[in-house]
Design a binder for this molecule. Structure first.
Ligand code: ARG
Length: 246
């Protein structure tokens, strides 16, 4: 998954190289209990945390397409209901994956996938689906992002679940930062706060609704480059249709 991130990043970074100092600030997270974000999933690859994901129902989770590029279903499983990335909760195997048919692995367009679980999740205070947003929030709206990803650009990841609040960035403003983004992407940023490598596939939430899936970005908490998320409101028709087939 790093390859894709780095590809997008390097093209944008080249333009700015030399004119900026590299931000190494932490992603600005605080510890979160899984009960605060019970829709948060850890997607395991060969038993180890690799990406985030989100509970859509007791048998379907949503993640980023770039997190599930292998067709070998056996490689993947999910952990739910734990604040730790490496222990606790329920670990469930998966039975199918559908990636968006227009997923673009370099530009990370339509970076979304559905996963069907082999056995149903036992829902409870720590394991809950989240509804999908119907429309993308306006620029400036605060949004909650969570995960076990890196705590700073090129830094270590966290075994304990972290959360932080970032603000939705107006689409045109974000497009100007990167030179290009597409309508199925939504950006969010705040000073010293961001999602980072290992958070991909995880939730960006406003008012108890899923508005974004962590996708990519240039470095992490970079002052000029917001985090980029798959825009759930735009992708909702795809999700609702794909659910019938996954
Ligand atoms: N592509 C990264 C991953 O696979 C997520 C990067 C998010 N970056 C950001 N600046 N918000 O985990």
């Amino acid at each position: 998954m790093f390859i894709q991130c780095i590809f997008l990043i390097s093209s944008a970074a080249l333009i700015f190289a030399g004119s900026i100092s590299i931000s190494e600030r932490i992603v600005g997270g605080q510890p979160a209990n899984i009960s605060e974000v019970p829709w948060q999933v850890s997607l395991l690859e060969r038993g180890k945390h690799d990406c985030g994901a989100v509970i859509f129902s007791d048998e379907i989770v949503i993640t980023a397409a770039h997190c599930v590029e292998s067709n070998n279903l056996e490689e993947y499983s999910v952990r739910v209901g734990s604040s730790k990335s490496n222990q606790g909760g329920q670990v469930v195997q998966i039975s199918n994956i559908i990636r968006h048919e227009n997923y673009h692995y370099i530009y990370l367009l339509n970076d979304i996938a559905l996963i069907r679980l082999k056995t149903k999740l036992q829902l409870g205070d720590n394991v809950r689906p989240i509804p999908l947003a119907d429309r993308a929030p306006a620029g400036g709206t605060p949004a909650l992002v969570s995960g076990w990803g890196r705590i700073k650009h090129k830094g270590p990841s966290s075994e304990d679940l972290l959360k932080t609040t970032v603000n939705i960035v107006d689409w045109n403003v974000c497009r100007r930062s990167y030179g290009y983004i597409s309508k199925d992407q939504i950006c969010a940023a705040a000073s010293g706060k961001d999602s980072c490598q290992g958070d991909s596939g995880g939730p960006l939430v406003v008012d108890g609704k899923l508005v974004g899936i962590v996708s990519t970005g240039n470095e992490c908490a970079h002052p000029y480059f917001p985090g980029i998320y798959a825009n759930v409101a735009v992708l909702k028709p795809w999700i609702e249709n794909a659910i019938k087939f996954v």
